[in-house]
Design a protein around this ligand. Structure first.
Ligand code: GFB
Length: 316
């Protein structure tokens, strides 16, 4: 890639897109194309076509998605399925039509079967039933991967797909009902400490295990793959280590300084029992993460304190 290459980051305001912009700027890329939601609705096929005709980007990074934690995924399957498929179809099709040189599609570790072998190899895709709480999102992401692979096979397009594990970092969603576990627990611990509470409510049993990658590491991996990876075969992006939700909650409480007791809400779903990616393919290419979980959470907590949303009055 040349530093002057025109790069369109779809979804640049989100957790992943904003990390990509930070990284691209830091690395000296000078021609970044972005559009706010007010300027372009990616659901509009004509609007997306217009953007590609006007800007003619050389590279596209697809980080635009309707995302959410276990509850949002479970409650809104129509929105997760429809919006994600429509937006990714618009962008991937228009990218091909406009002659984009390379496209990176971001999938998700939830595309793998609920009971995939652990750590999960790329070959596990489509080998078994999905986790019901995020089936809609996973099906949409699988459709995106398959569309990129179809463009690669039929038109020799250099459209690649990376499968990130659970992500966290600055610009995450800290809304207690729709967020993922890590930002929700950070906020809950912070608010419980501030209010001098003795207990903090955590969803589920605490037994599920998840792998967490700081989004700045993901952004670095994306640039690495854009430079070095030209295969339509999917590639996992993770840190190679997982932790139980119980351990995560304890670690977050320690970092935030909340010393109360954890109380488990068994009415909330656990989701997939374990989600740890096999990252040997990525390691084999020479990329490794650099931000340890404790350090990443501490940095995210700092960001949260600077940018804290209003105190929560929502049910937990
Ligand atoms: O991060 P999370 O919402 O999503 O939940 P998934 C992970 C685990 O943390 C579940 C528990 O077992 C939750 O029950 N948990 C504990 C909490 N306390 C909380 C809390 O306060 N909030 C939340 N949200 N969880 C998502 C998928 O699955 O992972 C998406 O639904 C996407 O599609 C994303 O793939 C990466 O890891 O279970």
């Amino acid at each position: 890639m040349q530093k002057s290459d025109k790069i369109f980051v779809a979804g640049h305001r989100g957790l992943v897109g904003s990390a990509l912009i930070r990284k691209l700027k830091r690395d000296g890329f000078t021609s970044l194309v972005t559009r706010d939601r007010s300027q372009l609705d990616l659901m509009s096929e004509a609007g997306v076509d217009r953007l590609f005709a006007e800007e003619k980007p050389a590279i596209v990074i697809f980080a635009a998605a309707r995302v959410g934690g276990i509850k949002a995924n479970n409650d809104l399957p129509v929105e997760f399925l429809l919006e994600n498929i429509q937006v990714q179809n618009n962008v991937i099709r228009a990218a091909h039509q406009a002659g984009v040189r390379k496209l990176l599609f971001l999938g998700s570790s939830c595309t793998y079967p609920k009971y995939a072998p652990q750590p999960i190899p790329e070959a596990a895709l489509l080998t078994g039933p999905l986790e019901p709480t995020n089936e809609a999102y996973a099906i949409a992401k699988i459709a995106g991967i398959k569309l990129c692979q179809a463009y690669a096979r039929e038109y020799r397009a250099n459209f690649i797909s990376a499968m990130p594990t659970n992500l966290y970092g600055p610009n995450d969603n800290f809304d207690l009902l729709s967020s993922h576990a890590l930002p929700a627990l950070l906020r809950k611990a912070h608010e419980a400490k501030k209010r001098g509470e003795r207990e903090m409510l955590v969803w589920g049993s605490g037994r599920p295990r998840r792998e967490f990658l700081h989004v700045d590491d993901l952004a670095a991996a994306c640039l690495f793959l854009l430079e070095k990876y030209d295969s339509a075969e999917i590639i996992n992006v993770g840190c190679g280590e997982d932790i139980s939700i119980h351990e995560l909650a304890e670690l977050i409480c320690e970092i935030v300084g909340f010393q109360g007791k954890l109380v488990w809400d068994a009415t909330k779903p656990d989701g997939t029992p374990r989600k740890l990616l096999d990252v040997s393919k990525l390691h084999g290419l020479g990329w490794r993460h650099t931000i340890a979980l404790r350090e990443g959470i501490a940095r995210t907590y700092e960001w949260f304190l600077q940018n804290a949303p209003q105190e929560s009055s929502q049910p937990q």
